[in-house]
Design a protein around this ligand. Sequence first.
Ligand SMILES: C[S@@+](CC[C@H](N)C(=O)[O-])C[C@H]1O[C@@H](n2cnc3c(N)ncnc32)[C@H](O)[C@@H]1O
Length: 302
Amino acid sequence: MAAPTLDIHFGDNLSVISEWPDESFDLIYIDPPFNTGKVQARTQIKTVRDDDGDCEGYKGQKYRTVRVGTKSYSDVFSDYLSFLEPRLEQAQRLLKPNGSFFLHLDYREVHYAKVLLDMIFGRESFINEIIWAYDYGARSKKKWSAKHDNILWYAKDPNNYTYRYDDIDRIPYMAPGLVTKEKAERGKTPTDTWWHTIVSPNGKEKTGYPTQKPLGVINRLIRVHTKPGDRVLDFFAGSGTAGEAAFRQNRNAVLVDCNEEAMEVMEHRLSFAQPVWHGWKATELDNNEICLLDVLSVSAAK
Ligand SMILES: C[S@@+](CC[C@H](N)C(=O)[O-])C[C@H]1O[C@@H](n2cnc3c(N)ncnc32)[C@H](O)[C@@H]1O
């Protein structure tokens, strides 16, 4: 099989994807801004080698810490659904006849978006609402703490879609003592509730981009709902999680984002895949940049 390809487009997704031919993709996953009324921001610090640096690391090497800047994007829309609607219509048009669409939202917008998607795809095309449940951060003392996101799955044709049951990863039984030893060893398939940690604030996966989603969740979607060689699109790409998940699993990926900071993060994260850039000139990466750390700060919109 040919090596996978990765294409990354810079620009407003509606104008970019409106130009593309019908039925071009096997899977479309999008994770639009959630309309939280906040500016999502994350301050990044990078450590560079410097003989005069004040920090000593491996083999006595000296390092200096510099603030790279703050990555942010506005998460405020006066009319969220009219922003989403034409993009959802494009997603439906761009899907192949047996393709699947995944819309990742949170509890605030998901119900409105479900009604909109029912109108665009048809109610019978709605297959699942996947709940991605995590357990991180402060807990409310006034209500049940919201610790989940919602992923709506629509199949363009509800009688013909890709669902590779044998490729589903197995998870441990909650009560292994209640099933046979063989079953307990094999584990069970997940339901529509997926327990998965958020991207660890200090882990290797972290890119520093606000709202980066965990590879584990997106890997599962792509592995089960596409075959090697298929085409995956994410037109709210952010840090490029869907691109990494697709490419590493031998699927071709196309990403779109309108934020320069997203492009910069993807340059670092996805350089291994030698992406083809559209509307964006990738910079030479600095080999002295040995790590990226980040500090989360979500501030209220002005
Ligand atoms: C929630 S983030 C996506 C995060 C991504 N799933 C990840 O794992 O990193 C939403 C992204 O949509 C982008 N975006 C918002 N409006 C857009 C538009 N009209 N065209 C293209 N990208 C847009 C933002 O720049 C942001 O990167």
